[in-house]
Write a protein that binds this ligand. Structure first.
Ligand SMILES: O=C(O)CCC(=O)C(=O)O
Length: 286
């Protein structure tokens, strides 16, 4: 498939208003990828996702029907970087460069070895977790998250008992968490399928609106072992989250002092209202 990309992404501009250090190690790059490149990346993602072997779907053994491979409303593909469009990897590299150069960002470098591509087909998001597994990468090098298609509410906090903070991620936004935020707890609280770019609403394809996230990772330890991480089943695989201890080299920023509250549209704090809900915890996870 030939894809067209253009060079008008916002990383080619000097627009600093769209580059936000939420706190040390947590950077949001608004509208980083232009709409037409997002559309091309979505096209490429859907083509990878339709792959009979290793796409977003599997065959249900009981019904023989094609279902999403997480068993939930989300399709998931984890693989080496070379399986994904070169443009996606270069966006990741540019985002790291930009984030590193922001004063106070404390963002380490990273070399993208792998990517995880999620496709959300309903408003269901992903439950609270930390990216602590081998395929997430062992170092404090950032996880780079590119949002395409429908928007979502993405929440984060350092500790279970902290107040939840969140940002709305829109088509073309990139969020990086590395350094002191590399192991931050995060969750996609909700996907807003109605809030998506025009090209997704148009009847170019039969698909309904969806959200894609490319999350790029520096995980050289799993090179050649990608098959081991092809599936992630919540009940069997979401282990060790409660016992997780931050590596001693990574000191936690004090919860509220470093939060960027300059623009409430970018980042806001929500008072904690929920109790721990075991059922919710067992929802889909990547
Ligand atoms: O889809 C997202 O934005 C987040 C995905 C995520 O949390 C993960 O893959 O660990």
């Amino acid at each position: 498939m030939s894809l067209t990309f253009n060079d008008n992404d916002s990383y080619n501009t000097f627009d600093n208003d769209t580059k936000i250090v939420i706190e040390k190690g947590l950077v949001l790059l608004r509208n980083f990828v232009n709409d037409s490149n997002c559309q091309s990346l979505a096209q490429a993602a859907m083509s990878i996702g339709c792959d009979e072997n290793g796409g977003f779907y599997k065959t249900d053994k009981q019904t023989g029907k094609r279902i999403l491979n997480t068993g939930e409303n989300r399709g998931r593909i984890y693989d080496k970087a070379s399986r994904f469009p070169n443009k996606a990897i270069s966006i990741c590299n540019e985002a790291v460069l930009v984030a590193k150069n922001l004063q106070t960002s404390c963002m380490p470098n990273m070399k993208c070895t792998h990517a995880l591509l999620n496709m959300y087909t309903t408003s269901d998001g992903i439950c609270w977790h930390r990216d602590i597994y081998e395929n997430d990468g062992k170092s404090d090098h950032p996880v780079v998250n590119l949002c395409i298609g429908a928007s979502c509410k993405f929440a984060f906090k350092h500790n279970k008992d902290d107040d939840e903070r969140s940002v709305i991620l829109n088509n073309g936004d990139v969020l990086l968490f590395g350094g002191p935020c590399r192991f931050i707890m995060h969750s996609v609280i909700e996907v807003y399928l109605n809030d998506c770019p025009d090209w997704m609403k148009k009847k170019m394809t039969a698909t309904k609106p969806y959200r894609l996230s490319f999350t790029f990772r520096d995980s050289p330890e799993v090179c050649g072992r990608e098959k081991e991480f092809k599936y992630f089943r919540v009940k069997e695989n979401l282990i060790g989250q409660d016992e997780f201890q931050l590596p001693p080299t990574l000191s936690l920023p004090s919860s509220s002092s470093s939060i960027n509250t300059k623009n409430k549209n970018h980042c806001y704090i929500r008072k904690k209202v929920e109790k721990f809900d075991g059922n919710k915890y067992n929802q889909a996870i990547g």
